[in-house]
Ligand binder design. Structure first.
Ligand code: AP5
Ligand code: ZN
Length: 213
């Protein structure tokens, strides 16, 4: 399967991705995670993206399209993939269609993590992550066994630099202005499944499974 996960910051894309990935053996391509890794490694790409990400704005289409173009050609992604956080503009969606057209494939399903903005600040400001594995915790909704430490490795958890109430405002604005039209773009093709992303994680997982059955 070739899937797209669309939703505002904190809607649960990164939380549901590992579960979908394991069940369907897909590769998980999260442009945000890839960009954060590039920033941490101070690669030319990371140096270009850092400031924009810290402001909560979208990096240029060319940068992310380049990353995805390279990733979906990998042998490990031939069986299918989950795109988490891409495409985020209509221009990115059009480029993606073009790339897939060349491969003779297409997107099977777009999962829309629909949720009210009001819930997101608490989710974002309480999030702690373990960057090497991508595991995500929440001080209230999904606390680690030991505060501040990853359950599996015992390594320290960190908070994302853009996970402040202030930066969230810009991220939400970018979502409504630039990414919401992507949902309309795919709705016209008729392959969007609506999720109730405000429900508890397990219920969202059940909705995902139903949408993909
Ligand atoms: P990105 O990393 O994609 O961030 P985002 O879209 O803002 O999404 P988040 O990762 O914040 O939310 P999520 O839905 O994954 O939430 P999670 O599951 O962790 O992008 C970051 C930046 O990179 C962008 O701002 C941009 O600059 C750049 N970028 C990336 N892609 C780009 C692109 N294509 N084009 C241009 N620029 C791009 O959940 C959040 C918290 O809530 C967690 O603590 C979790 O435990 C908790 N939680 C999850 N589900 C539930 C639930 N059901 N109930 C209660 N709590 C829950
Ligand atoms: Zn995420």
């Amino acid at each position: 399967k070739r899937l797209i996960l669309i939703g505002p910051p904190g809607s649960g894309k990164g939380t549901q991705s590992p579960l979908i990935k394991d069940e369907y053996c897909l590769c998980h391509l999260a442009t945000g995670d890839m960009l954060r890794a590039a920033v941490a490694a101070k690669t030319p790409l990371g140096i270009k993206a850092k400031e924009t990400m810290e402001k909560g704005e979208l990096v240029s289409d060319d940068l992310v399209v380049g990353i995805i173009d390279e990733a979906i050609k990998k042998p490990s992604c031939q069986k299918g993939f989950i795109l988490d956080g891409f495409p985020r503009t209509v221009a990115q969606a059009e480029k993606l269609d073009e790339m897939l057209g060349k491969q003779g494939t297409k997107i099977d399903k777009v999962l829309n993590f629909a949720i009210d903005d009001a819930i997101l600040e608490e989710r974002i400001t309480g999030r702690w992550i373990h960057p090497p594995s991508g595991r995500t915790y929440h001080t209230k909704f999904a606390p680690p066994k030991t505060p501040g430490l990853d359950d599996v490795t015992g390594e320290p958890l960190i908070q994302r630099k853009d996970d402040t109430a202030e930066v969230l405002k810009s991220r939400l604005e970018a979502f409504h202005r630039q990414t919401a039209p992507v949902i309309d773009y795919y709705s016209k093709k008729g392959n969007v499944a609506q999720l109730h992303a405000e429900k508890p994680p397990k219920e969202v997982t059940a909705e995902v499974q139903k949408a993909l059955a």
